[in-house]
Design a protein around this ligand. Structure first.
Ligand code: GLU
Length: 495
């Protein structure tokens, strides 16, 4: 399975909905194979099923790929040598190949009405045989059929599947697949509106665009023999195919329904790429996570950046078994990738989350904040709330919360009073200057460090759990820190 020649690989979504994890994973593997081999990654929009088109979907796919860091080398909006890259703009090409298939006896016109086909289907159902076209128009004389077409009779074009023998296709992941030809239907290739169906359009385009590898979902396995038969009928070389495993819902039981997918948002998750940014996920984490949902490098390496993946990706490490979507793992990867960003980069990424939370913060202030939160956040959107105390004039701690378990309000006041004395004398409060002195103070007063810091933490941040105390005081500055301590003292007096 070693690939030495540059691969031309395409991602060929139908613009019928949101770009989701499954599509993004296919695009990622396409991209990795192309980059790894020095080839090209092509985006082709498969929009021949006009009824299913969803406005905005194509733009969402393009934006999603760019956001993920999976840019394409050729595509509808950037062009390329093999364009157009939208199937609706390639009708003439399909018409030409349809003609060739008919001329060579590999396809035929079919005039059966939907009513007739429905009756055939019902009869087959009664006889308990699987539904298929009964071949009525297969037997028509070609010239006669052409005349009917010229006369404007409504028709489709069907593939003339051989009735005997076996078709053998080869999937890089699954090996040889044998199918008895009698089990392959005479599929429609061109619909009555004159547009080709996916099977014809994709097969033609893969050849015309000189694609070398087709990576796609396993839902296309049942029609894989048809694609192989079309390719052979046109006398073309066969490509390398990989049908990827499916994604299962987190429980591992079945595929996720539309409803279940929509419900995920309330728990802060999504399977749609468009939601990831809003939910505070990094594209690096999405990429790392989906890369491992169907591929592995070895049995232990988990952290991968895009350059690592380009370096290490290979088709022979793909796994054909279905993968359950694991959001806990996703959170883990996000946290790891957050920590992997340098301070400036993380500050830059966090800025929009503060803006949308309505918190005015300068880039410099964010640079100060980043070191105290980056080990504590799992998603970027958590940062504004976690650091809200740094942006308020004062905080309003619950007086009871200021008193650690087993201590009295007087003891808590004592800690604050003595600390105030120390802080007032200091020029600058930070971890190095304040921590040892306050620790020592606590000991002298007969308290543990955790009791001492508890009182000060709640006074300064208003929270029992918060980013580190002295670093927070440094960001707040001496004046604001002292005001907060005085206010806490007053509150304790009122208990
Ligand atoms: N248009 C098909 C889809 O949306 C593409 C399948 C393929 O890659 O061949 O799934």
């Amino acid at each position: 399975m070693d690939i030495v020649k540059p691969a031309r690989v395409r991602f060929a979504p139908s613009p019928t909905g949101h770009l989701h994890l499954g599509g993004a994973r296919t695009a990622l593997y396409d991209y990795l194979l192309a980059k790894k081999t020095g080839g090209q990654f092509v985006l082709r929009i498969e929009d021949t099923d006009q009824k299913r088109l969803v406005p905005g979907s194509e733009a969402e796919i393009m934006h999603g790929l760019r956001w993920l860091g999976i840019p394409y080398d050729e595509g509808p909006d950037i062009g390329g040598r093999y364009g157009p890259y939208r199937q609706s703009e390639r009708r003439d090409i399909y018409a030409e190949y349809t003609r060739r298939l008919i001329d060579s006896g590999h396809a035929y016109y079919c005039f059966c009405t939907p009513d007739r086909l429905e009756r055939v289907r019902q009869d087959q159902q009664k006889q308990k045989i699987s539904p298929h076209y009964d071949g009525t128009c297969r037997r028509l004389d070609v010239d006669e059929a052409r005349r009917r077409v010229i006369n404007g009779e409504r028709h489709v074009v069907r593939f003339k599947t051989p009735k005997e023998g076996t078709t053998t296709c080869y999937d890089l992941l699954r090996g040889k697949i044998h199918v008895e030809n009698q089990n392959i239907d005479d599929y429609i290739l061109v619909k009555s509106d004159g547009l080709p169906v996916y099977h014809l359009a994709a097969t033609v385009d893969d050849h015309e665009m000189e694609i070398t590898h087709v990576i796609r979902g396993s839902e296309w396995l049942p029609t894989f023999p048809l694609h192989t038969l079309i390719t052979r009928a046109l006398g073309w070389e066969e490509l390398q195919y990989v049908h990827l495993s499916v994604f299962l819902k987190p429980s591992g039981k079945g595929k996720m329904s539309k409803r279940e997918a929509a419900d995920l948002m309330k728990d802060g998750y999504s399977i749609f790429i468009k939601d990831m940014e809003l939910l505070g996920y990094l594209p690096e984490a999405v990429v790392n996570w989906i890369a491992l949902m169907g591929w592995s490098y070895d049995d232990h390496t988990e952290f991968f950046t895009m350059p690592d993946l380009v370096d290490k990706f290979s088709l022979d490490r793909l796994n054909p078994s279905p993968a359950a979507i694991n959001f806990t793992k996703f959170d883990y990867f996000n946290a790891v990738h957050i920590r992997n960003l340098d301070i400036d980069e993380l500050a830059r990424r966090l800025l929009p989350y503060f803006e949308s939370a309505g918190v005015a913060v300068s880039f410099d202030k964010l640079r100060q904040i980043v070191p105290i939160i980056r080990e504590r956040i799992t998603t970027l959107d958590e940062a504004p709330e976690m650091t809200a105390y740094l942006f308020k004039d004062t905080v309003d701690p619950d007086p009871e919360a200021l008193i650690p378990k087993g201590m009295t309000s007087r003891q808590a006041s004592e800690i604050i009073q003595h600390s105030l004395g120390i802080f007032e004398e200091m020029d600058r409060i930070n971890l190095e200057t304040a921590e040892p002195i306050i620790r020592e103070l606590g000991e002298k007063l007969g308290f543990t460090a955790s009791q001492t810091f508890w009182v000060l933490r709640v006074a300064i941040t208003g929270q029992k759990v918060s980013p580190p105390l002295f670093e927070s005081m440094e960001i707040l500055g001496k004046e604001s820190s002292i005001l907060r301590l005085r206010k806490a003292l007053q509150k304790l007096d009122e208990v």
